[in-house]
Design a protein around this ligand. Structure first.
Ligand SMILES: [Zn+2]
Length: 464
């Protein structure tokens, strides 16, 4: 497998990873309303497949702690969170101005339990980040998360709170640099916007571009200020198949891993990029989609796997079940086991489905142009004057770190997982100081900058 020459330890793919899987049995009951394509039921279908394929016994299965107001407010505006908490289908008619202001009503309807739904899916993603930060697992999975369109003060594209941004903020407490990769068919606009001006988070989105929601994600959008070249956009056209997709994904992500060297990776696995999606127009097979998971897993960097879009729900469940198997290093039988949603998968009752014969509008020439443009942008990162960047020591072994966490016991209390850091001093030495800082003259300067950055992050303002 091509790894773009990255030098991180990368064992054989067969090597087992410790996986934490977040699931709330209530999540399948939330209902966006009649005719709405977003169906949380798909998460329950995925879980049923995992159970009957025997995968749950290989993972640490966790019910997420609901994210609290203050957790959500690390990214979102207080008044927006208060609105989400208080709005109900019964009272929404009295709140028309607020609904409009926060873009709630049409694509993002008010439904029963909306706020607890947000708390649940965000709790899973932040909880996954906490597990990774503590070194309790190698891969954390939250298929209910990945709602990448939500903005600081606005719902968008079926997303209300941005669990991904919240999870990345959590990972940044421990990791100097976090990589976000988005293979949903839609541009990962909410996450890109949140981190557009920072070099601590690199966002890479592969998406359909051109007369398609949300309209952003031009190849020329590359980040701003300190964040210049730390946003990457891969614009694609209808009908892209596995081979074309991987001809971009592997060289680009291999190069990103080599030059950015993230301490943790968040992979949004939106399944609306699969062939036959109700809203999508790509032609990926489940194996082609999962190849992205396999590739990112091969770098042996703490990995958070999230869901996202996906509107042909039987295929979403197939895909996320198969990708859970990939996370675990277990290949699943194509013949599906009997389970409570078995009838959804007829007439073949198989895990995999053949892609269609639709036209691939992505010409070789265009793909080559995109690849070379993006690799060129990445080479500007590589050649930036960032000596510290090149000299980054190996990642700290977090499990060992835990043994000398004197005075930090409450950080490891599962009940306090999500209010870490609020009144705390910055974590000594957990965030390493080899941060690329061209202006800094020596390590002390860098540390001081880092310290300030950490304090900044607690208010989560500079990232917005
Ligand atoms: Zn999508």
């Amino acid at each position: 497998m091509e790894t773009g020459g990255n030098s991180l330890p990368s064992g054989p793919d067969g090597v087992k990873r410790k996986v934490s899987y977040f699931y709330d049995p209530e999540v399948g009951n939330y209902y966006y309303g009649q005719g709405h394509p977003m169906k949380p039921h798909r998460i329950r279908m995925t879980h049923a497949l995992l159970a009957h394929y025997g995968l749950l016994q290989h993972m640490h299965v966790l019910k997420p702690n609901p994210a609290r107001d203050k957790d959500l407010c690390r990214f979102h505006a207080d008044d927006y969170v208060a609105f989400l908490r208080s709005i109900t289908p019964e009272t929404q008619q009295e709140q028309l101005r607020q609904l409009k202001r926060f873009n709630v009503g049409e694509d993002c309807p008010v439904f029963d339990g909306l706020y607890s739904f947000c708390q649940t899916y965000a709790g899973g993603s932040v909880g996954g980040a906490v597990k990774l930060n503590h070194g309790h697992c190698d891969i954390a999975v939250n298929w209910a998360g990945g709602l990448h369109h939500a903005k600081k003060c606005e719902a968008s594209g079926f997303c209300y709170v941005n669990d991904i941004v919240l999870a990345i903020l959590e990972l940044l407490k421990v990791h100097e640099r976090v990589l976000y990769v988005d293979i949903d068919i839609h541009h990962g606009d909410g996450v890109e916007e949140a981190f557009y001006t920072t070099d601590r988070v690199m966002t890479v989105s592969f998406h359909k571009f051109g007369d398609y929601f949300p309209g952003t994600g031009d190849i020329r959008d590359i980040g701003y200020g300190k964040g210049k070249y730390y946003s990457l956009n891969v614009p694609l056209d209808d009908g892209i198949d596995d081979e074309s997709y991987q001809s971009l994904f592997k060289p680009i992500m291999g190069k990103v891993m080599e030059v950015f060297r993230p301490g943790a990776v968040v992979l949004q696995c939106g399944a609306d990029s699969l062939s036959g999606d109700r809203l999508g127009c790509f032609n990926l097979s489940i194996k082609g989609h999962a190849e992205c998971v396999k590739f990112m897993r091969s770098f042996n960097v703490p990995l958070l796997l999230l869901g996202g879009g996906g509107y042909t729900i039987r295929n979403v469940a197939r895909c996320w079940c198969y990708e859970t198997g990939v996370a675990l290093g277990i290949e699943l039988d194509d013949k599906m086991p009997q389970h409570e949603y078995y009838e959804y998968f007829g007439p073949d009752y198989t895990l995999h489905v053949a892609p269609s014969n639709m036209e691939n509008k992505n010409s070789r020439h265009l793909l080559e142009e995109i690849r070379s443009k993006l690799l060129d942008n990445l080479s500007k990162l590589q050649h930036a004057p960032s000596v510290q960047f090149q000299e980054r020591p190996p990642d700290t072994e977090l499990p060992e770190m835990e043994e000398d966490h004197d005075g930090e016991d409450e950080r490891f209390d599962p009940d306090s997982d999500m209010d870490v850091d609020d009144e705390r001093k910055p974590l000594p030495s957990r965030v390493k100081s080899e941060f690329p800082e061209p202006e800094a003259k020596d390590m002390d300067d860098i540390r001081e900058n880092e310290h300030n950055r950490e304090l900044d992050l607690k208010c989560s303002e500079p990232l917005a």
